[in-house]
Each structure stands twice: as C-alpha cells, then as structure tokens.
Design a protein around this ligand. Structure first.
Ligand code: FAD
Length: 446
C-alpha cells in the first residue's frame, strides 16, 4: 500500500489519549474543550479505569481540605453530575459513587465535548514521527493519527515503549504496593446493621437513604480480622478492612476493598493472571468473614466481581521534576502548579499487612507541578497524565486517588491541545498558558 493510501485509512485527530481511567477522562474532556479533535482509546468497554472496572467507586478526600474544594475542572463537573443524579454520597471525605452512573456520565461528558471514544480497543503499536505526528495502531486493525499523545494508561505504557526513563516502586527494592480484587456484595440487612453496629450506618440527606460505610481501623473489627487470620480463615495479609461502602441508589449492596496480593511486576501479564487467581480466593475468604462477624451481613453473597484486579502502582516516568514525599507532607507550593491534592501519604506496604499514612502539612494541601507531567526525555509530543507521572513512591501514594489523577489528566490534555494547536513540543507550551486554560474552565489552583 502506498503511503498516501495508508494515510487515507487513518482517522485524523489532533490529540490522542490512551487510557480511559480518571486521568484519561480528564485529559480527553480537557483537550476537547479547547476545540481540538480528540480520540480516546480504552481497552475496557467502559470508561473509569480503576474507578469502575476495578470497582474502586470512591472519591478519596483529595479534593477537599476540610474547608473548601481544592480540585475543580472536569472532576468538579463530573462530581456535580453525580450529585444531580443522586448517585454519590457527597460527604467531602470519602465519597462512594454509583459506578454505573459514573460510566454513563463520564461518557456523556466526553461525547458532549466532542471526544471520539474507541472503547474495547487496545493499542498494539505507537510510532512517533520525529516529534511531529504520532500514529497508533489498534489491535483491531484500526489506525489513528494525531499531532500529540497523552499517555493515561496508568502504567505509562506508551512512554515506556517510547524510551522515556522511568522508576518502579520504592527506591530500596523496587517493590510496588499490593493489588486488591474489589467486588460488590449484598444484600445487607440495613436494619440489623443499624441496630447492632450504628457506627457503620449513615444517612445521606440529598440521596435520601441510609447507607453502610465501614472504612479504616476499628479495634473490635480489627481484632476479629487478627483472630480469623490466626485461625487460618483469612488468607488476606491485612490488619484491617479498607472499605465496605454501600452503593448510592442501592444501599443494601456494597463494594468491598479488602484484599492484598503482592506481585513483583503488575505489568507482566503472567504475574497479573496469578494475582487475579489469588485475589479471587481472597474474595471468598472476605465474604465468609463478613457473614460470620459483621451484623447485618449474614446473608451477603458475591453480586459482581470487578472486571479486573485493582493495580495501585507500577511505573513512574522521570519527568522534568520528581515530586517527593517531603513535598506532600510539607504542603509544598510551586509556581507551575496544575493540580492540588490534600490526600495523605497512604502506602499499602509491600509484603506486609501494614499501611503507612502521613498527613499533608502546611496549608493542608499541596501543589503538583506541571513539570511532573513532561518527560525528561523522549518524544517531544508525548505527555503523561494520571498515577504514573514523575514522583517518588511516597508522593505517588498520595496523589494516586481519583480526584487528583483526573486533574493531572486534564492538565496533560490541555498541554497536548496547546502543543497540537501551536505545532510545538509539550515542553515548549509552558505552565502559564496551561494554568490560564485550567482556571478558565473551572480549575482550582490555590
Ligand atoms: C484497590 C484500589 C483501591 C483504591 N481506592 C481508591 C479510593 O477509594 N478512592 C480513590 O479516589 N482512589 C482509589 N484508588 C486509586 C485510583 O483508583 C487510581 O489510582 C486511579 O484510578 C488511577 O487513575 P489513572 O487514570 O491514572 O489510571 P487507571 O485508573 O489505571 O486507568 C488507566 C486506564 O488505561 C487503560 N489502558 C491501559 N493500557 C491500555 C492499552 N494498552 N490500551 C487501551 N487502554 C489501556 C486501562 O484499561 C484503564 O482503564 C484505588 C486503587 C486501587 C487499585
């Protein structure tokens, strides 16, 4: 086939976004709001990444410092739409949302902004043409051509293949945080739970329902976890239950985050498959434990297993700045801020049942600089958004939560749009114009 025929078979865009998790949604909507032609490729048939496909349907409190929202933009608009559909317990702490409504609303936001969605599509090959164009071949055979590309794969897959330098896990031994298979279970007898364990029952005025919410350390429950582990009833190396949260609109059903599978490299398909198998055994152990020990949960059964096991951590690119744990705990501020977060350092320690948490100091939130999205070296028209930006494992354990990664994706999408419009590399765009656009579309940067 001649080059001109090959080009004719390609779909032409300005910005290509690979990955449709929170970061990819932020990137695609943020870029398309600027009038550029944007395509988003996502391997699952739904948007949301870990936030839906892995059933992690919670906004952790990265977006609120106790006084006010510190993240707006695409995240703020999506949150408002979930509130409008009574599909989120909007407490400003940990906010469970209905994953199906999230899927619908995030897809609607993309469509309304003009994003072309390629769902259920995996990339097989990406070619950067001397920093001018980028060509993506899909596993289905489709071909896309863009001027710039946002890597929102979570694993920095495109950046890795393009030779961008990266780090992996904690510096001492490159170990990454364990994986967790999340799931939905039910039905919960809410009346019994309210009578026997009122501390886990809440009421949401706006949604108009009572709901079950257990998250974190409770001495009574933790003791039962320790005892069950000692008796060999629980193969989960965890000292507490991370979360059991009712699903808004269907509160007798809850999603569960209670499991820990250690793997050396979650980007390796063989290790990932083994982790999924172990994760499924932990799901059954978890269900047995809940039926036996938690009042109101005597009859719960598996309603939906997540589409995939949840991966917390893999590659971090090395960018123009490396965000550190010290930046997080000191509440660091940067001139080139493009997103804020107030979620603490939260490391699920690899190979251990412990979790390390450190609060954000200073003003109670910290800045994430634009330079963390821009690779130190590699194709000039490539930028990274989401959990795999340039950071140490300690800093990453904080900003990895959905609200802040959506803001990071949005900043990456805006940068990619500006670079496509100007015909320049990402690094030449500079933070001030990105900040201007983010603020003009509802972003919060201080
Ligand atoms: C078990 C667990 C519990 C968590 N709990 C919470 C919580 O309670 N609250 C909270 O706010 N955050 C939580 N998080 C963190 C948060 O969910 C993630 O860090 C966040 O989703 C990362 O967003 P992302 O868009 O960067 O990556 P992801 O969500 O991983 O999205 C990346 C997307 O890229 C797609 N993709 C990857 N490779 C390809 C390819 N080759 N072709 C096409 N598509 C591809 C993937 O399918 C995926 O949809 C949790 C995470 C885990 C794993």
């Amino acid at each position: 086939m001649s080059r001109s025929n090959a080009a004719a078979n390609e779909s032409q865009y300005d910005v290509l976004v690979i990955g449709g998790g929170p970061a990819g949604i932020g990137a695609a909507v943020g870029a398309a709001q600027m009038g550029t032609r944007v395509a988003l490729v996502e391997r699952h048939p739904i948007l949301g990444g870990m936030g839906t496909a892995a059933l992690v349907n919670n906004f952790c409190a990265a977006h609120h410092d106790g006084q006010r929202l510190v993240i707006g933009g695409v995240f703020g608009k999506l949150r408002q739409r979930l509130i409008g559909r009574k599909a989120i317990y909007a407490t400003t702490r940990m906010e469970p949302y209905n994953p199906e409504v999230f899927i619908e609303e995030s897809a609607a936001m993309c469509r309304e902004a003009g994003v072309r969605l390629y769902l259920g599509e995996t990339i097989s090959d990406v070619t950067f043409d001397a920093g001018r164009d980028v060509r993506v071949r899909l596993a289905s055979g489709g071909k896309l051509c863009g001027k710039t590309l946002v890597d929102a794969t979570g694993d920095a897959l495109v950046a890795f293949r393009a030779g961008v330098p990266f780090t992996f896990g904690r510096a001492s031994d490159h170990a990454v945080m364990p994986l967790t298979y999340c799931y939905m279970m039910g039905p919960i007898d809410l009346a019994t739970a309210k009578r026997e364990t009122p501390q886990f029952m809440h009421h949401d005025e706006a949604v108009g329902e009572d709901y079950y919410f257990l998250s974190g350390w409770y001495p009574d429950v933790d003791k039962k976890v320790a005892e069950a582990r000692a008796r060999g009833e629980l193969r989960i190396s965890r000292d507490h239950i991370s979360a059991i949260c009712s699903v808004p609109n269907m509160p007798q059903y809850a999603t569960v985050n209670f499991g820990r599978v250690n793997v050396a490299d979650p980007t390796d398909p063989v290790q990932l498959a083994a982790a999924e198998a172990e994760g499924k055994l932990q799901v059954q152990d978890g269900l047995r434990f809940f039926r036996k020990y938690l009042p109101g949960l005597e009859n719960v059964d598996l309603v939906q297993l997540a589409r995939q096991i949840g991966v917390r951590e893999s590659r971090q690119i090395v960018g123009q700045y490396v965000l550190t744990g010290e930046d997080v705990v000191s509440g660091a501020q940067f001139e080139d801020v493009i997103a804020q977060s107030c979620y603490p350092v939260d490391i699920h320690e690899p190979g251990s049942d412990q979790t390390t948490m450190k609060p954000v100091g200073g003003v109670g939130h910290y800045d994430i600089p634009w330079r963390c999205l821009v690779p130190k070296s590699g194709p000039a028209n490539l930028i990274v958004g989401g959990r795999s930006i340039s950071a140490t494992n300690e800093a990453m354990s904080s900003f990895r939560v959905s609200p802040s990664v959506m803001a990071l994706g949005e900043a990456a999408g805006v940068t990619a749009s500006l670079a496509a419009l100007r015909g320049c590399g990402m690094a030449d765009v500079g933070a001030p114009d990105v900040q201007k656009q983010l603020l003009a579309t509802g972003g919060i940067l201080k």
